[in-house]
Design a protein around this ligand. Structure first.
Ligand code: FCB
Length: 444
């Protein structure tokens, strides 16, 4: 059975998501360098050292891309506004071209009847601020707050909703402990500080936007189902540690004003002095909605050879995987939607702000057939519907992503789009999954 718009509540929003660095082309329009421009230019960090310099050239082609949203019957579009495009040095001199661009982009969405969902930080830390420690600098919340004021003064009045930060776990732990994303650090102190300061910056942005009367403020958190490799107490504990760091740290801080004990075990010694006060003054404050990004599950085992916390290692799974090697596990999405309601946000509106899959899509006779993605989307729509039927106040779903794009450390290899992009010609070709959604979302 194919789920369609009719299977969801009347006002449920269907959208597609993107992020600035992944599609715009950072070399256009006077943007300053971000830590992704420099991280990617360093051999070994990104497949073939590919960068977002041109990406999908969305900077020049957004009208065409938004036509695809409109023809595809989408209601909403989630995008991010790049800090380094608006403030090339991170602070000080504003790049007017950058503000003008986001202004045109906003109007282009509204002209097509598409609701704009803005994300204020989807990973373009300006390189000049990265030089000063980026997310580990105790002033970063003020720098971010100033950027937020500037971009909001220009387009905030026309946003349907605003998210402060995209995936704080990736911006902090993945980037400062695992070293997989920019700035590529592997340092527990940097990890702890960035995990705390990214939340403080979220709080600062909320406070500033509230002061300006903005009412539809949230954040996009990512969740990954943490499954113990076996029922042994050690493996169960390993999964609980990973769950605390990944899935509980951020939501618990914002909704309860605490950090989970299993994560503090490894991180507390490295947090900045006065962190408990920041939880009270900045971090623990109401949200208007919560964004859930969900892709997969991971299996965790105790690592007997580990010399330091968190004493965990990944184990092999048994489910079908995507081009990323990620297991397809829609039950995990249902799990997190229920868990958010029951443990953290109650009836607060929830949006699935990202969900999607990468596949090695090829054009054949001018078309891209992607039955795997169609199944993936339908499987996850079913998980969302089940959560709604069980009382979760889920109000929308944004597919990741509208276009094949720059997939961070994976470069251009991994294709998440419902629209195929030829990275030589930049030609766009809607895939079969785009047409499936177009039909499913038709209003009659
Ligand atoms: C998420 C990111 C997004 C994209 C998808 C595949 O972690 O928010 O930019 O890369 O994963």
């Amino acid at each position: 059975m194919t789920l369609t718009r009719k299977d969801f509540p009347n006002n449920f929003l269907f959208g597609a998501a993107t992020a600035a660095y992944q599609i715009e082309g950072s070399q256009f329009g006077g943007a300053g360098p971000s830590h992704w421009d420099t991280f990617s230019a360093t051999p070994g960090n990104v497949t073939r050292a590919e960068t977002g310099a041109i990406a999908c050239d969305h900077y020049h082609r957004f009208e065409q891309d938004f036509d695809l949203l409109k023809t595809g019957n989408f209601d909403a579009y989630r995008f991010s506004t790049s800090w380094s495009r608006v403030l090339p040095e991170g602070r000080g001199q504003v790049n007017q071209q950058g503000l003008d661009y986001y202004d045109r982009l906003t109007d282009a969405l509204l002209e097509r009847g598409i609701k704009p969902f803005q994300t204020l930080y989807h990973w373009e830390m300006p390189a000049a601020l990265s030089d000063l420690g980026g997310w580990t600098n105790p002033d970063v919340h003020n720098w971010f707050g100033d950027f937020v004021d500037i971009i909001d003064d220009r387009i905030g009045d026309r946003m349907e909703a605003i998210a402060t930060i995209n995936e704080p776990w990736c911006a902090s732990f993945l980037s400062h402990f695992h070293g997989i994303h920019a700035p590529g650090l592997r340092d527990v102190r940097a990890a702890a500080r960035s995990m705390h300061y990214v939340l403080k910056a979220h709080g600062e942005a909320m406070t500033r936007l509230r002061a300006k009367g903005r009412k539809n403020l949230g954040i996009a958190l990512n969740f990954e189902y943490a499954q113990p490799a076996t029922a042994s107490p050690n493996d169960v504990r390993a999964a609980a540690t990973e769950d605390a760091v990944y899935n509980r740290w951020f939501i618990e801080a914002m909704t309860k004003g605490t950090y989970p004990a299993e994560a503090l075990e490894g991180l507390e010694a490295h947090l900045p002095k006065g962190w408990q006060d920041d939880l009270k003054t900045h971090i623990h404050q109401p949200l208007d909605w919560l964004g859930v990004n969900y892709y997969t599950r991971k299996i965790h085992a105790h690592d007997p050879n580990a010399s330091a916390w968190p004493y965990t290692k990944p184990a092999e799974g048994h489910l079908a995987t995507t081009q990323m090697g990620w297991e397809v596990y829609p039950e995990g999405l249902h799990h997190f939607l229920k868990r958010m309601k029951n443990d953290y946000v109650g009836d607060l509106p929830i949006l699935v702000t990202e969900n999607g899959m990468a596949w090695e899509d090829h054009l054949k006779d001018g078309a891209a057939d992607d039955p795997e993605r169609i199944d993936f989307i339908q499987g996850h729509l079913a998980a969302m519907k089940r959560a709604i039927d069980e009382g979760v106040n889920l109000q929308g779903f944004m597919y990741w992503s509208l276009l094949d794009n720059y997939e961070w450390a994976e470069g251009y290899d991994k294709r998440f789009g419902i629209v195929h992009v030829d990275f030589d010609t930049l030609e766009r070709t809607p895939k079969a999954s785009y047409y499936m959604l177009k039909h499913a979302l038709k209003r009659d």
